[in-house]
Design a protein around this ligand. Structure first.
Ligand SMILES: C[S@@+](CC[C@H](N)C(=O)[O-])C[C@H]1O[C@@H](n2cnc3c(N)ncnc32)[C@H](O)[C@@H]1O
Length: 335
């Protein structure tokens, strides 16, 4: 993509704007290197339209040291209170988390976070399940294949642009079969509501879900960061919950995926990140977005569906006898 075509639908960013390193009211992109709370303390009240983030999970990733969960949540509660201060009254927070696992026991982080947001007077609009097809294989419990996004609003009066994120309906030809609209199409010509389950399987794409695989090694957006947002996951939140030129803020910005999603859709973008190496990558990614060289997975692209002929889809020859035997046993059970 050429620079000019990247720019053509971005009136806010007619030229690649400067990336400010601190907040200033005239900035359009802010990338702060340091602790999130330092940047937040410089922001005005009621200012940001969308806070979308995946906080440090306390899982002992390279960028974090593991602390007791109570201590972790207490620190997070202080930051969240500050984030609520800077959120606009019609704004939203999307808090994306998975599980904290200690000694083999699972602590679902969204359940621990929920009371923090409620105590600050926020309203939960959806607990979105982001289901993906790949991840670690567990041996003492079922393998985890989803994370959640808690979507809270600051008030009852909030932006929700459903039309911007509708997906194709499975049966667009359905009609009302009774009542005053009998015979008229019952769906919406713009598509259907994508629901609160965001899928990563091609079958669901065919059925109208929006597929968002997680960022693993073969994903075009993969960097050295161990748990990046897929840009398209944030794009859906931005399109639905903000309007053009609004401020989108990721306090735990990592390699800047949320900032890129915001810029792509003509929103102002702000992020803070404590690790210098990720800040540098985030800056490079933003610059390459403006140069038209950033590799992004197109929004809504169906996930690759194996045809069955690939080597990895076939049963290894050394398992064939065992598989045949298991199938015969199943058949006998059935008969
Ligand atoms: C789960 S990752 C987020 C990744 C991000 N969504 C992306 O797409 O790259 C959390 C990030 O928060 C950063 N972080 C942790 N504590 C922080 C703090 N107090 N202030 C700013 N950044 C912090 C970590 O270095 C890490 O990159």
């Amino acid at each position: 993509m050429s620079v000019s075509s990247a720019m053509s639908h971005l009136p806010l960013f007619e030229t690649a704007k400067d990336i400010a390193t601190h907040f200033e009211p005239s900035a359009e992109i802010v990338l702060y290197h340091g602790d999130a709370s330092e940047l937040i303390s410089t922001l005005p009240d009621d200012f940001v339209k969308l806070i979308v983030t995946s906080p440090p999970y306390n899982l002992g990733k390279v960028y974090e040291s593991r602390i007791p969960i109570e201590e972790y949540l207490e620190t997070q509660a202080q930051t969240i209170a500050e984030l609520v201060r800077v959120l606009r009254p019609d704004g939203s927070i999307c808090w994306q988390v998975g599980n904290f696992v200690k000694d083999g026991e699972v602590y679902p982080l969204d359940i621990h976070y929920y009371p923090i947001f409620k105590s600050l007077g926020l309203f939960l609009r959806n607990r979105i399940i982001w289901h993906f097809g790949h991840g670690l294989h567990a041996s003492k419990r079922f393998s985890g294949r989803y994370e959640t996004i808690l979507w809270f609003t600051k008030s009852e009066d909030y932006t929700f642009n459903l039309d911007a994120v509708r997906v194709p309906s499975k049966y667009p030809g359905k009609r009302h079969y009774k009542g005053p609209n009998k015979g008229k199409p019952s769906g919406n010509p713009k598509g259907k509501n994508p629901s609160d389950v965001w899928e990563g399987l091609v079958k669901e794409w065919e059925e109208g879900f929006w597929n968002i695989p997680n960022v693993k090694s073969n994903h075009p957006e993969k960097t050295i960061h161990p748990c990046q947002f897929p840009v398209e996951l944030v794009e859906r939140c931005i399109l639905a919950l903000t309007c053009e030129e609004d401020w989108v803020f990721d306090p735990y910005a990592g390699v800047g995926s949320a900032l890129i999603a915001a810029i792509k859709h003509n929103r102002r973008a702000m992020g803070s990140e404590k690790e210098c190496v990720y800040v540098d990558i985030a800056r490079e990614r933003i610059v390459s977005y403006f140069n038209g060289t950033l590799r992004l997975r197109p929004m809504g692209k169906p996930v690759y569906q194996p045809t069955g002929s690939e080597k990895v889809s076939q049963i290894p020859p050394e398992w064939e006898n065992a598989t045949q035997r298991r199938l015969l046993e199943k058949k006998e059970e059935y008969e």
